[in-house]
Design a protein around this ligand. Structure first.
Ligand SMILES: [Ca+2]
Length: 116
């Protein structure tokens, strides 16, 4: 899986992140936007903090499943059945300041889901 982008989701026509690949930034991709092909998806790579909802029908309809992590195989229910895809949630990193015991300021980095 080396060489894959960290700022996009990668869809694959075959199991185990192989076959034809399509990279997607957050957005909605109906059947016409899937250069991967209709009813072709078999595995997908999901960056940390992102989520991908796949639908069995065009127009974001039919059976759907949301992936919050990469999947070597989307499962029998959806294999070669996905016709539209929604990619969500660029993680937002917020620095939270607070006072430390010695009077200094400490920062914590928190990752939030934007819920888009
Ligand atoms: Ca396939």
């Amino acid at each position: 899986m080396s060489g894959l982008p960290l700022d996009s989701v990668s869809l694959f026509t075959d199991r185990g992140f192989t076959g034809t690949r399509q990279d997607l930034v957050p957005g909605r991709y109906d059947v016409g936007a899937l250069t991967l092909g209709d009813n072709a998806l078999s595995s997908l790579r999901v960056p940390q903090g992102w989520s991908v909802t796949v639908f069995s029908d065009p127009g974001f309809a039919g059976t759907s499943t949301t992936f919050h992590a990469s999947a070597e195989y989307v499962g029998d229910e959806l294999n070669d059945r996905v016709s539209s895809v929604e990619v969500r949630d660029t993680p937002v990193i917020v620095r939270v300041g607070g006072a430390s015991n010695d009077g200094g300021v400490i920062f914590l980095e928190k990752v939030y889901n934007t819920g888009r």
